[in-house]
Ligand binder design. Structure first.
Ligand SMILES: Nc1ncnc2c1ncn2[C@@H]1O[C@H](COP(=O)(O)OP(=O)(O)OP(=O)(O)O)[C@@H](O)[C@H]1O
Ligand SMILES: [Mg+2]
Length: 354
């Protein structure tokens, strides 16, 4: 049978716990305060040893419950989720401590930080709600058209054709949405791990992405200008992902420029300082309203009014872009004036720095 840890062993365990541990005696005097408790309450063990817990820690839900445990004549183990200052949430596991005669001589509390798990849960719930909503809209539309066809519209070939076209485009939209979502979750998962990174030639990747848009820019009478020096320092990243970033940004720049004044310009400019490669994607398009500019990197967010709602899109392009850049130590910011211009500003650490 395993022996109970005693003396030095139990001390070492308490010191190295991930959670904060506090012990009090029957009078409420602090007799145990591990390093995690020091960090949590911002007090040193020497300061608190032998002091009454209510003199040291604010009378919060936690202190109140903890004290009641040693004052209770027949206490049992307690487990409670409690709020702490700074929007933190802890699971407090409180145990009475008994001596060999089974008399309660004090209590020990272990505080497990649930803040991150709680936040993740909240984000996850919000995410599921938004995704369901995004999928429900095209599904409702498809169902409506299919029902109308089944109820008799099928006999009219022209109507049938029109309805099938809508169904087709809604199905395409759902497919794009699901593909983008899978991309996003994969990239977010990979960001937590070691990724494949190779030195990549940025000018080549930027030009390769821009070439895809040459035809459409020409059709719209837009000028697509690439100002990228060939001797730009390389970066360590996944070529396909950086290409995806450039495609997303150039696609937006062209897409959100198609009304208003003529002769629109889209410019991709890159240069390096001693640490970073900077890439700016500038357009002379519809711009972004001030009160929405902070939201455009959020998943599914699309500017509420005007052109953006008329054009197809999932609202995931910029979330994917930001997530990819984050994975390689990069950042993205935007500057924009409505009806004038937008500039998406990227920064990625280059190899000379690394
Ligand atoms: N260059 C731009 N000029 C004006 N508005 C922009 C620009 N880029 C993005 N936006 C706004 O930000 C929103 C989010 O962009 P994002 O690329 O994430 O999604 P999307 O373009 O709507 O869809 P997707 O990229 O998935 O096809 C857009 O819907 C648009 O309202
Ligand atoms: Mg986009």
């Amino acid at each position: 049978m395993a022996r109970k840890p005693t003396g030095k062993i139990s001390e070492a365990i308490i010191e190295n716990l991930n959670d904060a541990a506090i012990g009090i005696d029957k009078e409420g005097k602090i007799i145990l305060f591990n390093p995690q408790a020091e960090a949590l309450f911002e007090k040193k063990e020497e300061e608190v040893q032998g002091q009454k817990i209510w003199d040291i820690l604010e009378i919060s839900d936690f202190t109140r419950t903890f004290i009641s445990l040693v004052k209770n004549s027949d206490p049992t183990r307690l487990e409670q989720v409690l709020p702490f200052p700074g929007n933190r949430i802890f699971l407090a596991k409180m145990h009475p401590v008994r001596n060999s005669d089974d008399r309660v001589v004090g209590a020990v509390a272990i505080l497990e930080d649930l803040t991150t798990i709680h936040k993740m849960e909240k984000t996850m719930n919000e995410f599921v709600a938004v995704v369901s909503h995004e999928l429900k809209t095209p599904l409702t539309s498809i169902k409506g058209f299919v029902e109308t066809l089944l109820e008799g519209a099928l006999s009219n070939p022209e109507v049938t054709r029109k309805f099938l076209q809508v169904i087709n485009s809604e199905t395409n939209r759902m497919t794009r949405l699901v593909i983008s979502l899978l991309d996003l979750t994969r990239i977010m998962r990979e960001n937590g791990h070691q990724k494949t990174s190779e030195p990549i030639n940025l000018p080549e990747v930027i030009k390769d992405a821009a070439n895809l848009f040459g035809h459409i820019a020409e059709e719209k009478g837009m000028h697509l200008i690439i100002t990228v020096p060939d001797d730009l320092p390389g970066i360590l990243a996944d070529r396909d992902k950086i290409r995806q970033v450039m495609i997303n940004l150039i696609d937006n720049a062209i897409k959100y420029s198609s009304i208003g004044k003529k002769d629109h310009e889209v410019e991709v400019k890159a240069w390096a300082d001693e640490s970073y490669v900077h890439i700016h994607v500038r357009d002379t398009g519809i711009g972004i309203p001030d009160d929405e500019i902070d939201k455009i990197f959020n998943k599914f967010y699309r500017v509420q009014k005007g052109l953006a709602t008329e054009l197809g899109g999932t609202g995931l392009g910029l979330s994917i872009t930001r997530e990819i850049l984050k994975g390689y130590g990069g950042t993205i910011e935007v500057e924009s004036v409505q009806n004038e211009y937008s500039i998406f500003k990227l920064k990625l650490p280059h190899i000379l720095k690394l």
